[in-house]
Ligand binder design. Structure first.
Ligand SMILES: Nc1ncnc2c1ncn2[C@@H]1O[C@H](COP(=O)(O)OP(=O)(O)O)[C@@H](O)[C@H]1O
Ligand code: SF4
Ligand SMILES: [Mg+2]
Length: 291
């Protein structure tokens, strides 16, 4: 059963097109990773998946079918919790708690905190966000998604502001939640995260899907030159992601042909003339003339 079914989605901020003809499904209980560099349109896609596009002033075209019970753990942890209220005050505002008695709501909040590994619930709930570490705040946002009894949690770059050890803990926590039957959409710029999460992966480049497939197969045998480029930016021997490596190649605006042509080592003459469609090859998809 599908929780998200999106066909031919295009999205615009005013005149600026930010997503181009996106087809995307998320099935119950699965893990879908969405990877791409900054500006690829990943957060925009997440906002559309939870129906927030109007709030963000986005105009959309296409078929968008999404079930209720989808929670987003947003990209910026710092801005996601209000600095002037205690954690308790913010957690009790989670819509799923509104109809419950005060005691029932509190029990549910405490249970969710324990589920995300925050055992010292009394202390946590009394605190303000600035008293807590980034990892703790991320866990609180995940606890809020658990309270919603979401069928799908979308986590937008959940580890980008955390150090490596804490990142690994958060990813393990998300995997554990997935094993309990919650589908996950993991947005990242880091193939190490995809390696850890497994499941399926969609590779995005400038508002387009350029490759899609089983995560292990894509990592072992990337078909699109851009996927190979992203994978090469991750050194094998350590878990640090070399952002500097990715920032070297600025992609100029392309009017005609394959959007990747200016940095593609495999380009040929045809690449500047036509626009490659997303081809299906066995269980994979790839947007390149020469695959
Ligand atoms: N509120 C906004 N108004 C105009 N353009 C925006 C807005 N938010 C994002 N964008 C643009 O949309 C594109 C996709 O952004 P985003 O979805 O945040 O990408 P990602 O999450 O992959 O970094 C970028 O070019 C970004 O500059
Ligand atoms: S279509 Fe051409 S430029 Fe685009 S990715 Fe394929 S080989 Fe490279
Ligand atoms: Mg983003």
């Amino acid at each position: 059963m599908e929780i998200v079914h999106i066909e031919d989605l295009c999205a615009y901020y005013g005149e600026k097109a930010v997503l181009h003809h996106i087809d995307l499904t998320v099935k119950e209980k699965e893990i879908l990773n969405i990877i791409g560099e900054s500006g690829a349109g990943k957060s925009t896609l997440a906002h559309i998946m939870i129906g927030l596009h109007k709030v963000y002033g986005l105009e959309v075209k296409g078929n968008i079918n999404v079930q209720k019970h989808i929670a987003l753990v947003p990209q910026n942890i710092g801005e996601s919790l209000d600095p002037v209220f205690t954690i308790y005050k913010q957690m009790k505002e989670v819509p799923a708690l509104r109809k419950l008695s005060k005691d029932e709501a509190k029990r549910k909040i405490e249970k969710s905190l324990i589920a995300v590994g925050l055992e010292d619930t009394k202390r946590i709930l009394k605190n303000y966000p600035h008293n807590l570490s980034g990892g703790m705040k991320q866990r609180i946002l995940i606890a809020m998604a658990i309270i919603m009894e979401s069928k799908l949690i979308i986590a937008d770059e959940p580890t980008s502001s955390l150090d490596i050890t804490i990142s690994a803990q958060i990813l393990r926590l998300l995997k554990k939640i997935n094993k309990q039957g919650v589908a996950l959409t993991l947005i990242t710029h880091d193939f190490n995260v995809v390696k850890l999460m497994q499941g399926r992966v969609i590779v995005m480049h400038r508002g387009m899907i350029v490759e899609e497939g089983n995560a292990k197969e894509v990592i072992d045998d990337p078909l699109h030159p851009y996927t190979a480029y992203l994978l090469n930016a991750v050194p094998k021997e350590n878990m640090h992601y070399r952002k500097d490596h990715l920032q070297v190649k600025e992609i100029p605006h392309i009017i005609k042909g394959c959007p990747y042509q200016n940095i593609c080592e495999k380009r040929r003459e045809k690449c500047s003339r036509g626009f490659p469609s997303l081809k299906v090859i066995d269980m994979r998809k790839v947007r390149c003339f020469y695959v």
